[in-house]
Design a protein around this ligand. Sequence first.
Ligand SMILES: *Cc1c(COP(=O)(O)O)cnc(C)c1O
Length: 487
Amino acid sequence: MRYHQAVHEVPILFENCEKPTEESGFDPTVGGLLPQTVLRKELMIPDLPERDVVKHFVNLSQMNFGIDNGLYPLGSCTMKYNPKICDEIVSWDTVADLHPLQDPSTIQGALRLMHELERMLCEIGGVDAVTLQPAAGAHGEYTGIHLVKAYHEANGETRREVILPDTAHGTNPASAAMVGYDVLDLPSKDGCVDVEALKSAVSGDTAAFMLTNPNTLGLFEKNVKEIAGILHDAGALLYYDGANLNAIMGKTSPGKMDFDIVHFNLHKTFATPHGGGGPGAGPVGVKKKLEEFLPIPRIVESKGIYSLESNMPRSIGKVRAFFGNYAVLVRAYAYIRMQGGKGLVSVSENAVLNSNYLKERLKDDFELPFDNLRKHEFVLSGRLLKKNGLRTIDFAKRLLDYGFHAPTIYFPLIVDEAIMIEPTETESRQTLDLFVDACKSILKEDPELLHSAPHNTARRRLDEAKAARDMIFSWRTYEEKQESSRA
Ligand SMILES: *Cc1c(COP(=O)(O)O)cnc(C)c1O
């Protein structure tokens, strides 16, 4: 174990600076740039030399762990290495300097790029039409469930229920509930959908069934066509959670599995770095019968000219300003064009190979529920750690000391002490072997060492519950909290 994270005692930029100042030498009213009426009297920005600001942020970045540092096997979240050329392309002024209110005649290239991206996603997803507006996977689900509602209402029906399996990502029930549906949680059988239970749960009140396939255990649903038949026979729609397409691209598609709606997470599968809540994109694809309900405006092409069409009376309306997160769309476009069809197939094959390789090398050291071939991810149980008074979280924290980010833990909920590993296609055999060595060596260590891990990182174990419940997003909120606690 040779890993040590840098530690810098970096004050917040505001602390560094005696007095925020307006004297930047820049007058925004010059040249009519901004009218007096919109100018603020006081701008709370610290006045510091560029050199200090650069030092501040570089130091902070060294105290962080990111995908560029090393393996980040976060199951379901797909943290894979993203080619830097995609970032370079979005920094070009032909991309970065566009304004969403420009006349369509001046942004023909951008419209064409988005139109072509829609077509590519149609092919990958096996669907007929795609909207690029949603800004994240959860937002795609929310949009998709609105489409479900619009579809049934157009047929003169009010259906009240959305069914999903207990392996579903937490955003699935949340999205269905936000659109106003009752959510029915279906217990799984051997890690997959219990077809008999599904049959008895489905009724004329079922609006949709939401499924992730391969599911969050990394298992491919064997009976997916039968499942689709059960739902369609009852007049319900099938929603495919395509947040992770890493296992199936070019092999099969939600459309081939008879799904009606799918969302894609461009920030997981298609080359946008994510985490920390950065911008994402969750385009939604649909079969023909749902196209008329998609958000407006639609990008349409006629004789090589691209324009925006908003005259769609049955559209669910807008779900986001303008076109969605354009830079994320450009990265995905570049990535798909670079890979080509064959490249995407090999992405899937290598993601699945890497995952099964790790699974085979680790399954005897932990416990592997449901012993089948996995797709892009697999879930171990850390139950055996309990005999040493340890839990999965202790193991996960100790991995950081070896220079590996922890896998996803405690999800899916149906596996006790779950450890959910997704190596992705971008990691080498050598890296995977080092990860296995680290896991095996941790299991032999003094439990005390795990209890108090991590030791080699810039910060020791954090109070994660406090971080999630007591949120402080800015210096201003921090100061306000300090003041109110003094009062
Ligand atoms: C990540 C993920 C989501 C949600 O996507 P966000 O972009 O984080 O909103 C939904 N379902 C699955 C299976 C996921 O892995």
